[in-house]
Design a protein around this ligand. Structure first.
Ligand code: EPZ
Length: 431
């Protein structure tokens, strides 16, 4: 029963209570990648046969995407960490507004619906706290493939003219290496007539994972993972069974959890080459890194400040900027963190300052003067990755911290506290 003091403070929000000065040790298992599983789920719209996805993380975003696909008539069978999807009896190409509005990734449906049915109507994904998140490149790519695309009253309507309802291959050059635009164009082009090339394509592992699954379904894609992707349109795609790649951002979060608590951890079921830039920065700031085929062991030394600039893959990932800043707040010396991907991804600075961090923000850069120890405080994460950053800071701080923002956290981390507690964390999830 909440006490009077808590009630008097207003609505009780679900939060973590984290006992600081944690020493972690042992092995942590990484789940499947959220940012791959979400787009692979929408690729099931491209075939009438069954797609079986394995190593699917159990996250609220995955559940949300499932509800959207169900509402369109996709048959869905869920079991722990796997999903069976079949779009044979697709009812419509307009997912309900109330479901789509809460999940930006639902916009991934537009490419396959257009490629398969020749029409789609998807609400324009709004911006979020980290930035405007436009979909200009996605729409430009679909138009280049011959679609008619209009945006009215917050809804993107796309259709393929002519009786054949078939898109036609095209040479596309992206203004920026957008992950979502690359994936949208890939899924629209696989059933188009003729050849499509995407230049200045996003090179993230999740793009490569999508191309690999589409090829397993019978597509003809080459160059994914590099700056130029070529797609030769095919008549039909078949079902397949596919394993989602490990979540490199979750893996990086655990590596930083080890570094910030000066603990040795082994991160298992991970692809080390998906984290090269992060591993290099961890080495630069004083950690020893041992790599096996699918695991990484981190042994922190004295942590010194380093400079970080977020870049498209293979550069330092923007999704680990906030967690890494929590580490740098406890490093010796000065660090400069520059966010080049999003225009507003520094909200975690104010929360770290509440824990005693010495950080000065100048535009899209933050100058961090490391301090020997953070002090526990009640803090709130404003988005998925800043909440993760606050959890890491809480593990290292002196005292017990209260971290709110679990609604964000649960979108991208499967039972983060359970995994951290299994290696010595002392985190309580309270309603
Ligand atoms: C994906 O978002 C990820 N989400 C994001 O992860 C990740 O931060 C991002 O890629 C970059 O790696 C999913 O895959 C579901 P973008 P996406 O299009 O596709 C600008 C997380 O925490 N841009 O590559 O939306 C855009 O504004 C989330 O897991 C344009 O300017 O990313 C942004 O500044 C957060 N015009 C930058 O590019 C466009 O037309 C990167 O966007 C499209 C994008």
């Amino acid at each position: 029963m909440p006490n009077a003091a808590t009630i008097s403070k207003g609505i009780l929000k679900p939060h973590f209570e984290i006992k600081g000065l944690s020493n972690l040790s042992g092995d942590v298992e990484v789940s499947g990648a959220k940012n791959s599983a979400l787009v692979l789920m929408t690729a099931s719209l491209l075939t009438e046969e069954v797609i079986s996805l394995n190593n699917v993380p159990e996250l609220t975003d995955i559940k949300g995407m499932g509800e959207i696909l169900l509402a369109m008539g996709v048959e869905l069978r869920q079991s722990p960490s796997s999903l069976e999807l079949c779009a044979k009896n697709l009812k419509n190409s307009e997912p309900p507004y109330e479901l789509v509005n809460g999940l930006r990734a639902s916009f991934f449906c537009i490419g396959p619906l257009l490629g398969k049915l020749g029409q789609a109507k998807i609400p324009l994904p709004g911006g979020c706290r980290i930035g405007a998140r436009p979909v200009i490149e996605h729409i430009k790519g679909l138009k280049a493939l011959g679609a008619i695309v209009t945006v009215e009253h917050g809804v993107v309507s796309a259709s393929v003219p002519g009786t054949a309802k078939k898109l036609r291959g095209s040479a596309i050059v992206l203004d920026c290496p957008s992950v979502g635009a690359t994936e949208t164009i890939l899924m629209a082009a696989v059933l188009a007539s003729g050849k499509t090339t995407i230049e200045n394509a996003a090179q993230e592992p999740e793009v490569q994972d999508l191309a690999n699954m589409l090829n397993k379904m019978g597509a003809s894609i080459s160059g994914a993972g590099g700056p130029t992707i070529t797609i030769n349109g095919v008549e039909k795609l078949n079902g397949c069974s596919y394993n989602v790649i490990p979540d490199r951002i979750e893996a990086g979060t655990f590596l930083i959890a080890a570094a910030i608590t000066r603990s040795t951890l082994r991160i298992k079921s991970v692809f080390p080459d998906h984290l090269s830039s992060v591993l290099q920065k961890l080495r630069d700031c004083g950690c020893a890194i041992e790599i096996d085929e699918d695991s990484i062991t981190i042994i922190p030394g004295d942590i010194n400040g380093v400079d970080i600039t977020t870049q498209p893959f293979p550069g330092f990932p923007t999704d680990l900027q906030a967690p890494f800043m929590a580490l740098l707040a406890t490093a010796k010396g000065t660090s400069v963190v520059t966010e080049k991907i999003y225009e507003n991804r520094m909200q975690h600075v104010a929360e770290l300052q509440r824990m005693g961090a010495s950080i000065r923000v100048q535009g899209n850069s933050a100058v961090i003067e490391g301090i020997p120890q953070l002090s526990a405080a009640p803090v709130t994460g404003g988005d998925l990755r800043s909440t993760a950053a606050m959890v890491l800071a809480g593990l290292a701080a002196k005292g017990t911290s209260k971290v709110e923002g679990l609604n964000h956290l649960d979108r991208g981390y499967a039972e983060l506290e359970v995994k951290l507690n299994s290696v010595g964390g002392q985190i309580q999830r309270l309603p």
